[in-house]
Structure formats: C-alpha cells, structure tokens
Design a protein around this ligand. Structure first.
Ligand code: GLC
Length: 479
C-alpha cells in the first residue's frame, strides 16, 4: 500500500481512524472496515494469519463446556420445569438477583475432576476445550479479584476449576479457551440482558437490582475479568469465545477490549465481540451452513441434547451416528465442530454425553486422518434440497443434503466417508483429481480396492459390508 493511496482513502473518509489494512491491501475495491483500534486481523498478512490459525484449523474438533450455578436448578424453578436452554433459567424464569446469587452458597461440585474432563476430551479426539468462565448470569467460574460473585469466594467449593483445567490441559496437551459473556450480565448492575418473556425495553431487566450504568459494569467487572482471564492462566487462553453482543457494545467499548486482546498475539477469538469486529471465526450455532463459510474460518457449535447448561430432565441426546456425521459433514465444508457437555451441580458429566464422545473418539482413533488437518471437499456443494417442513433457529428452511457420503481432502489424498454402504461398488462421476489407487482407511494392509473406469466416471469395488456402519472411509490416492 503506497502512502499516496492510503492518504487519499483517509481524505475520502475524512476520519482520522485506522483502516483495516487487510481490506486496503486487497486488489478489489472493498468497503474499508474502520476500527478505532485495529485488531490483529486488521493488520496481519495472510501468512501471519495462517500461522496463527494453523493449530485451530488442524484441530477440527473441540469440547464446549457450559457449567455454572444454573446446573443447580437444572431446568426446574419453583417446582416448575423451565422451557428453553438451562443456562438461561435466571432470565426465562425472571429470578430476582438476590435469589439467584443465593444459589452460590449451595454450589459445591466435589465430583468435578479436571483430569477426567480433559481425559474425556482427549479420548473423544477433541483438540481443544472452551469453558464458560462467566456466562450471562454473571457468575465467574474462576478466581476473580474483580468481583466476589465467583466460585472461589462465594461458594463452599473454594476452588478454581479453570485453574485446574489449565493445569490438566497443559499436562495432557490440549488447548484451553474461555467463553466470556462480555455484554449480558444479569446480576451485575448495568449488565445487558436479551429480552425473554414480558421483560420490557430499554433494558429488558426484571429486577431493579439489575439497573445501573453499562460503562460501570464494563469498567469494574467485564474488562477487569477479561484481563484476569488473559493473564492469570499461563499459556492459556488459546481462544476467547465472546457471546451475545448487544447495542451497548459500541465500537469504542469493543475497541477497549480489543486493546487487551492485541496484547496476546497468538490468541484466537470469535465473531461475537460486537462493535464491528469480525474476529477470527464464524460461529453458526446448532446448524451446519450448507456451503460452510468460504474464505472464513468457522466453527459450528452444538449441544448433544437440547441444552447447553445442564437440565436434569433433558434426555433428548442425539445419536452417536448423528454427531459423527455432523463432524464429518462440517470437516467436509472446512469447519470445526465445537460439541458441548453440560456437567451437573456435582461436576459430573452426564453419562449419555460421555458414552457418545467415547464412541466418536473410537472412530477417530481409526479414521482421524480423514478429519484432522484436512481440507474441504473437491466435489462442490452437495446435492440436496431445503426442507419444506424443518426450519432452523432463524426460521429458514433447513437444507437436507441428499448425499449418503462426504469427502475431505489432503495432499495426494481424497477421503470418501461413506454413510450408506452401496452394494457392489461406489461410483464417482466427477473426478477433481487423477485417481491412482484406492483402499480402506481402516485396512492397515492398504489392500488396493479394484477400480474400473467408464464413460461416466469410475467405480470402486467395495467389500460386501462396511468396516464401520456409521461411516467407513475409502482413501483415494491422487496425483
Ligand atoms: C447462545 C446462548 C448461550 C450459549 C451460546 C452457545 O448464545 O445464549 O447461552 O452459551 O448460544 O453458542
């Protein structure tokens, strides 16, 4: 970028603010993104970004942990089952601040084992963990000097599970990230609140104790706690996962947080800070975008049942096959899968969640090469149609893919993950690369599978039965 052009752009915009260099440097004309404080994504080159994102892109699979005071009511309040996701119970049930904060005196999750949770993530084949350090209820699951409403000061547990997890993740070789609700805080005066039920604008609060100045909340709680999380846990966090920005998160306020993030040049953070910052990763929730996000890193986060935070009666656990197919589908589109567990108030991970994660890990122990570090499919957008009945969380028709297989890629390899085993042979009518040979990834002898060519493509002769009925991987050696 020569200075003359830069100066001209500044004059055009007549605002003495930093432009996003990445946008300015690109050949095509782009709408310059104006950040009062340039984020790392604004200034770094593509090779610098590729280096910073490298481990994350290789990882493909992470563990989300939603754990906090909401695991005590566990979806029930005043004897009534509360609809919706468990971690929102304070909002959906309009629980007064004092009543909700009193839950802390009951929180003593002595069955929590950081070792076991990190070992579970590893056994599942997950490469990183993101835990709710502070969710919308404002309760800090870490030792915070900034605010005493935290697990060390306000509960009989008196331990910092985030510190325990940081020690175990370092020991077991897993990256650790922190979810932080920077904007919504339902127990701190001035914290924002998304509307539920009959809560009224402009604050959508339900208890006068919630009223106050957002700036006071930001300056006395959120920013000091973000500093604590960035500086008190050694090499971690590797990721900061912001959530639910509101209009309160203005560019100026967000810029103050970005100044802190910039002090950690290897940090990865998502697109939910607010204030006009896109961060590093798109975060589709409970869905898989049909074409992924070409040109952006992205991560689909999902629950195993229907709630992020523990609900005692939510037994609607997705099948292992569905969860595995989601992982494969997401990888075939170039994304990461952030799959959630919700420990109960004792610190125990629900059995059905453990069982599913171990089963996925078993599959990955045989077929991980088809997922970790792979690139997206070369076969284009898969066939399919938008459902005439199913809607996503935005009320849009859900895309129902019609393929019974997916594909991921690596140098010299095309992986075909077959969900529905064909009888006889597997046919490919488009060949994005020259196919040299084929074998089953689970076959340690790599016995070649017969390949026959025809005018309509190639046919790969398969054994009568799949190696794994959920998904069997055929490897194509390519030029
Ligand atoms: C939504 C929910 C929040 C949850 C998040 C996970 O933003 O508000 O409770 O933590 O999804 O992606």
């Amino acid at each position: 970028m020569n200075i003359a052009r830069y100066t001209v752009v500044i004059m055009l915009l007549s605002t003495a603010r930093t432009l996003s260099y990445a946008q300015l440097g690109s050949a095509k004309t782009v709408r310059p993104v104006i950040h009062q404080v340039p984020a790392i994504q604004d200034a770094e080159t593509t090779p610098q970004r590729d280096a910073r994102m490298h481990w994350w892109r290789e990882a493909r699979f992470g563990m989300f942990i939603h754990w906090g005071l909401y695991s005590i009511p566990a979806g029930t309040w005043n004897g009534k089952q509360a609809p919706g996701i468990g971690e929102w119970i304070m909002n959906t049930e309009s629980i007064p601040v004092a009543q909700y904060k009193a839950l802390a005196s009951q929180f003593n999750p002595t069955r929590f084992s950081a070792h076991d949770i990190v070992a579970l993530a590893k056994s599942a084949g997950m490469k990183y963990i993101i835990i709710t350090a502070k969710h919308h209820d404002g309760f800090a699951m870490f030792d915070s000097k900034a605010n005493s409403f935290n697990i060390v000061d306000a509960t009989p547990f008196h331990r910092d599970p985030i510190r325990d997890l940081a020690i175990e993740c370092k020991k077991q070789g897993i990256k650790l990230g922190f979810y932080y609700s920077q904007d919504q805080d339902w127990t701190a005066p001035g914290g924002a609140a998304y509307k539920t039920g009959d809560h009224q604008p402009p604050t959508f609060h339900w208890d006068p104790a919630q009223n106050g100045s957002f700036d006071t909340y930001l300056q006395t709680k959120a920013i000091p706690q973000i500093k604590e999380l960035l500086n008190n846990y050694g090499e971690f966090p590797a990721i900061v996962w912001f959530d639910t920005p509101t209009s309160e998160m203005t560019p100026a306020r967000a810029a103050e947080i970005v100044t802190l993030l910039n002090q950690h040049p290897n940090l990865i953070w998502n697109n939910r800070l607010g204030g006009g910052y896109d961060g590093d990763t798109e975060t589709p929730e409970q869905r898989i975008p049909p074409q992924g996000f070409p040109g952006r890193d992205w991560e689909s986060c999902m629950t195993i049942n229907d709630t992020w935070g523990y609900k005692s009666y939510d037994a609607n656990f997705k099948s292992t096959e569905t969860l595995l197919h989601n992982l494969i589908d997401i990888a075939s589109k170039g994304g990461n899968y952030l799959l959630n567990i919700g420990p109960d108030s004792h610190g125990i991970v629900p059995g059905p969640e453990v069982q599913r994660l171990l089963a996925i890990g078993k599959w990955l122990s045989v077929n991980g090469k088809a997922i970790y570090g792979t690139g997206p499919t070369l076969f284009g957008a898969e066939a399919g149609a938008f459902s005439s009945t199913e809607k996503d969380e935005n009320g849009k028709p859900v895309f129902v893919p019609s393929w019974s297989w997916r594909s991921t890629t690596a140098p010299g390899k095309i992986y075909i993950e077959i969900f529905q085993w064909p009888s006889g042979s597997f046919h490919l009518d488009t060949l994005p690369r020259k196919i040299i040979s084929a074998y089953l990834l689970a076959d340690k002898t790599r016995k070649p599978l017969p390949i026959s060519s025809s005018a309509t493509g190639i046919d790969i002769r398969l054994p009568a039965r799949p190696v794994d009925p959920m998904a069997t991987v055929v490897v194509l050696n390519t030029d």
